[in-house]
Ligand binder design. Structure first.
Ligand SMILES: *Cc1c(COP(=O)(O)O)cnc(C)c1O
Length: 229
């Protein structure tokens, strides 16, 4: 794979930016209030380089080792910021702290404390979001909605962590009115807790997420195409 193996990427990226701008206009929101995070998981580094060349700066990965491998093989890309959006095991906490990425998937006191200890030891501050299990799905990561308040309070006191807000991946089966209800509940949580950032919305539902207050949307397929196996 080479950077120029992605001839369609600039147009795809422009299309996604257009969708975000249209959704912002409809919602009466400023377009710079929504950050586009390009989820590059399972795509090669050349895809990241192509997106960066097309002006994209925020990226997300959801496997620790893959993220580390990519970051180490990418030359310094100007202004690039990486977010970890996958499930984080506590024994990998040191690896993500070493990456200089933010972590959008903190969902337990134990994980928060482990991350805090590592960050404090390394003398760095890690930007975090708390992942909320908005659909109450037993198999899914995320703190339950009625426990978010407690976790926010704790994380706010921990050294080495800077809490920005909340993140959610609603149930894939929630479409239409159910998806709207999930996003509305997330928006209410963020507002009630006095937080700023709300990461929600993917390729298929970014318009609804923007309408309902997302400050970050996480887009993979619509930018990079289908993920290679
Ligand atoms: C893969 C992934 C996305 C992107 O999904 P698409 O449907 O490809 O846009 C967003 N968020 C998370 C957490 C992901 O793992």
């Amino acid at each position: 794979m080479a950077v120029n193996d992605y001839p369609e990427l600039p147009q795809r990226l422009a299309d996604v930016r257009g969708r975000i701008a249209d959704a912002c206009a409809r919602a009466g929101r400023p377009v710079d209030g929504v950050r586009l995070v390009a989820i590059s998981k399972r795509h090669p580094v050349e895809a990241i380089m192509a997106a960066h060349a097309a002006g994209q700066r925020d990226f997300g990965e959801n496997y620790v080792q893959e993220m580390r491998d990519k970051l180490s093989s990418l030359d310094e890309l100007e202004g690039m910021a990486m977010r970890f959006v996958g499930r984080l095991q506590r024994n990998k906490v040191g690896d993500v702290v070493g990456c200089g990425c933010s972590v959008d998937t903190v969902d337990s006191e134990r994980l928060a404390r482990a991350l805090s200890r590592r960050a404090a030891t390394a003398g760095v501050v890690v930007d975090v979001l708390l992942q909320v299990n908005i659909g109450h799905e037993p198999q899914k990561a995320g703190v339950m909605p009625d426990e978010v308040g407690g976790l926010v309070e704790l994380v706010s006191t921990l050294p080495g962590l800077r809490l920005g807000g909340l993140m959610a991946i609603p149930p894939a089966t929630d479409t239409g009115g159910a998806a709207r209800a999930d996003f509305e509940r997330m928006h209410r949580l963020v507002a009630d807790l006095g937080l700023a950032e709300l990461s929600m919305g993917m390729s298929a539902d970014l318009e609804l997420a923007v309408e309902l207050g997302a400050t970050m949307v996480r887009i993979g397929t619509a930018i990079f195409g289908p993920r290679p196996d």
